[in-house]
Design a protein around this ligand. Structure first.
Ligand SMILES: *[C@@H]1O[C@H](CO)[C@@H](O)[C@H](O)[C@H]1NC(C)=O
Ligand SMILES: *[C@@H]1O[C@H](CO)[C@@H](O)[C@H](O)[C@H]1NC(C)=O
Ligand SMILES: *[C@@H]1O[C@H](CO)[C@@H](O)[C@H](O)[C@H]1NC(C)=O
Length: 271
């Protein structure tokens, strides 16, 4: 009983300390977030105003535009998502797919895959092949063939934790992962072709909560959905502010369905 009381009171003290720091922590977190996703950018004179950056984030995510780090804004920022930027040097763009202005010079592409820890390799290979098919169905000139030659493949898909590299032989990635939650995957635009999944996440084909040993539930990420999204980046699509688009920045589960916005985007590149 005594031990129980001590534990409880420690928790209370801890709680009180957290309360005081929470606002500062949130502001720090939000500033890093706005910088990471290029709402604030030291490289462009147009993206240096924090209020405007918060407003642009709120516009992109369809929130009430207050220019302040209110509860809704902080809640949205803490959701799991893709690590690629939302805004680029050309500023905020709304209601239209976006491309990076770079694409593969031909449509016959190869990919290699180095599997993650959560599923059987053959299931992962099947899921990745299916993810590519979404894009080749939308833009039939595109074909994707898997190869085991990591050095010679155009698109290279791998899993890693925290400081990571990629498929065997690939150099270290400058964008560290962040453990479970937050960033779940990221990809490079053409013609770099690197796609990395955060292996601190738990992946299943369709994501969602799964019941494990002793009926404990745990949240998993949808490998299929995330792969379709990241392949979109590797082909030259940027984030879309259309909520139903596969290129929407936040993590989604289930069966992906390309939105007209995604289709218009891929057709504009490889139609
Ligand atoms: C920053 O942006 C806000 C909102 O758009 C604007 O009202 C304010 O004047 C801007 N501040 C500066 C220094 O440009
Ligand atoms: C297509 O382009 C990629 C990258 O530019 C290259 O690796 C690949 O060999 C090319 N394929 C053909 C058939 O030209
Ligand atoms: C791929 O590249 C790595 C690093 O450059 C090298 O060590 C390896 O031998 C290469 N593998 C093949 C099959 O060429």
């Amino acid at each position: 009983m005594f031990l129980f009381l001590v534990v409880i009171s420690l928790l209370l003290i801890d709680g009180a300390v957290c309360e005081l720091d929470e606002e500062d922590d949130d502001t720090q977190f939000a500033l890093l977030y706005l910088r990471h996703y290029h709402y604030l950018s030291p490289e462009t004179s147009s993206n240096t105003n924090t209020t405007e950056a918060i407003e642009n984030f709120q516009k992109f995510f369809g929130l009430t535009v207050t220019g302040e780090l209110d509860d809704d804004t902080m809640y949205e920022m803490k959701k799991p998502r893709c690590g690629d930027p939302d805004v680029d040097t050309d500023g905020l763009r709304l209601k239209r797919y976006a491309t990076v202005g770079r694409q593969w010079s031909n449509t016959t592409l190869t990919y290699s895959f180095s599997p993650g820890a959560d599923m059987k390799n053959k299931d992962q290979l099947r899921i990745i092949a299916r993810a590519f098919k979404y894009w080749s169905d939308a833009a039939p000139k595109l074909t994707f063939t898997r190869t085991n030659n990591f050095n010679k493949s155009d698109i290279r898909i791998s899993f890693g934790k925290l400081t990571h590299s990629g498929v065997p032989g690939e150099r270290q990635c400058p964008y560290d992962f962040d453990g479970q939650g937050g960033v779940i995957a990221h990809a490079y635009y053409p013609t770099e072709g690197r796609i990395h999944f955060d292996d601190d996440e738990h992946y299943t084909e369709f994501g969602g909560s799964v019941v494990g040993w002793w009926w404990n539930k745990r949240q998993t990420r949808g490998l299929l959905y995330t792969a379709v999204h990241e392949i979109g980046h590797a082909l030259g699509l940027k984030h879309s502010d259309v909520k139903d688009a596969v290129m929407w920045p936040l993590a989604k589960n289930g069966n992906p369905k390309l939105d007209q916005d995604d289709i218009d985007g891929i057709i504009s590149l490889y139609g």
